[in-house]
Design a protein around this ligand. Structure first.
Ligand code: GLN
Length: 506
């Protein structure tokens, strides 16, 4: 019998529609796989088995009654814990939200529920989505299914590991500086950061509101397009939501899979390669460029001179926005409340005690940095300059997209590193996102497609690498066309999907 956990969402959807399998069977297969591999992987903070099966039963009954259902009806999904889910814990990986059960759903969760997709559970993440390894979670590490001693990327390491370990065919991530794409790259999964405003932010626990964007984490490019079309599109409850309809993403993915990229110009960004990128990562990147050329694309080199300052600008803008967004966690309204051990119980002392106990070190570091960058006398020098750099980066992109339809780079400069390796060195951790951050600063969409394996410099088993494609704002369809063409070329070269080569943890 086919192992249902190995099938893509598109194939599962087809089998469900044709009545070859039921949603209860598919959901149960995922839950059994969770029971088998979660002790080793720890991708989930909460598994909602009963609720998922109840949704599955309901969808099966509606299908049996001949009801017209959404194409993804009955396909299970995992959701990053920074997205609020009614009746289901939502901690954002923080002790300060331990035990908080939201009274409402994020818009994207509402859409998932309305489509009849069973929610398997909530996935692990760096606290408040700050990090690149998921080691800043207050609830323990997630392990990379390719090598359990390595990080699954971050902040959405749980969603990527869940999909890579075949415990969920689909997952939701959020990407403020790379938290969908970088975990995708290091776990051999596909991750998409949509155009800013392309997916509603209503019900995301905000990190940096001008950068945050939710998106799909999947095993195939087509699956990302299917999920993106479900969760994307205008939402009146998010004032930054784009009013126009999404481009035809599924159509673009299907067209790309046919393998013809003639007429497409691909721009290689000079600043996003070379020094700091592992030679193996660079080699896989160049092979992928050759495959795109063979598919008919024209490859040119483009320069984005201000990208050099992207990381510095990001680490002023993000902490500034985060320090303001996190001010609401004060021990007064929801989540943890700690009263001072002695002395008077004043509001200020309760806030200090609660925040001192509830936030982890990385979160405190960024609150302090952000508050400093915004303080009187420093505002222009730090936050103001960072905003100017942000404009220059947007202008670099505008100029580059005059020369190319899409821009490409390795997604992450390295393959997955060892747990603990960069934990004491925040700067080394921040450098994981050099290639992903510019897209967030400019609000443009990006995808990471698994593009091969590379042996890390210290030796050992080969690990996944990712290929990043960036497109102009609102042209997310280009990601899917180029991404699907690359995926098809790579699969015919390897004789199957990359993830088939991952160790079987079951
Ligand atoms: N790693 C980046 C950071 O720590 C990105 C985070 C994200 O995209 N949520 O800020």
């Amino acid at each position: 019998m086919t192992d249902l956990t190995r099938l893509s969402a598109a194939v599962l959807a087809e089998k469900l529609r044709a009545g070859e399998v039921t949603s209860v069977e598919v959901t149960q297969a995922c839950l059994d796989r969770i029971a088998a591999v979660e002790p080793a992987v720890h991708a989930y903070l909460h598994v909602s088995a009963d609720e998922a099966l109840a949704t599955a039963r309901d969808v099966d009954a509606r299908r049996a009654a001949g009801e017209e259902l959404h194409p993804l009806a009955g396909v299970p999904i995992a959701v990053k814990d920074v997205v609020v889910t009614r009746g289901m814990p939502s901690t954002a990986g923080s002790k300060i939200l331990e035990g908080w059960v939201p009274p409402y759903d994020a818009t994207l969760v509402e859409r998932i529920r309305a489509a009849g997709m069973p929610i398997l559970g909530k996935t692990n993440m760096d606290e408040f989505a700050m990090g690149s390894s998921t080691e800043h979670s207050a609830y323990g590490n997630t392990h990379n299914p390719w090598d359990l001693e390595r990080i699954p990327g971050g902040s959405g390491g749980g969603s990527a590991a869940a999909v890579a370990a075949f415990t969920a065919p689909l997952a939701i991530g959020t990407d403020t500086g790379g938290s969908i794409r970088q975990p995708g790259a290091v776990t051999g999964t596909v991750g998409v950061k949509p155009t800013y405003g392309g997916v509603s932010r209503y019900g995301l626990i905000a990190l940096a509101s001008s950068l945050d964007q939710a998106g799909p984490v999947t095993r195939t490019v087509l699956d990302s397009a299917l999920l993106h079309e479900l969760i994307g599109g205008h939402d009146p409850r998010d004032s930054t939501s784009i009013p126009e309809p999404l481009p035809d993403l599924v159509g673009a993915a299907r067209r790309g899979a046919q393998g013809d990229l003639s007429g497409v110009t691909v721009g290689v960004v000079t600043q996003l390669q070379g020094e700091g990128y592992q030679p193996g990562v660079q080699a896989r990147f160049e092979e992928s460029l050759e495959l795109l050329t063979k598919a008919g694309a024209k490859v040119v080199e483009v320069s984005c001179p201000h990208f050099e300052y992207a990381l510095a600008a990001y680490y002023l803008i993000l902490p500034a926005e985060a320090s303001s967004n996190l001010a609401k966690f004060d021990g007064m309204r929801f989540g943890l409340r700690v009263e001072p051990e002695d002395g008077p119980v004043t509001a200020e002392r309760v806030m200090a005690a609660t925040r001192g106990a509830g936030f982890g070190d990385e979160v405190k570091r960024r609150i302090i940095l952000g508050t400093y960058a915004l303080s009187a006398g420093y505002y222009d020098a730090y936050y103001g300059s960072a905003q100017k750099v942000r404009t220059l980066i947007q202008q670099d992109f505008d100029a580059a997209f005059e020369q190319a339809d899409v821009l490409v780079s390795p997604t992450s400069p390295t393959t997955a590193f060892k747990l603990g390796e960069k934990l004491d060195d925040p700067l080394a951790m921040y450098l994981n996102d050099v290639a992903t951050i510019p897209a967030n600063l400019a609000g443009i969409p990006g995808i990471s497609v698994p593009n091969g394996l590379s042996v890390p410099p210290e030796g050992g088993d080969a690990l996944p690498t990712g290929f990043q494609v960036l497109a102009p704002a609102k042209a997310d369809d280009r990601l899917y066309r180029v991404g699907a063409a690359l995926e098809a070329a790579l699969e015919s070269r390897w004789g199957g999907p990359l993830l088939d080569r991952a160790p079987d943890l079951g």
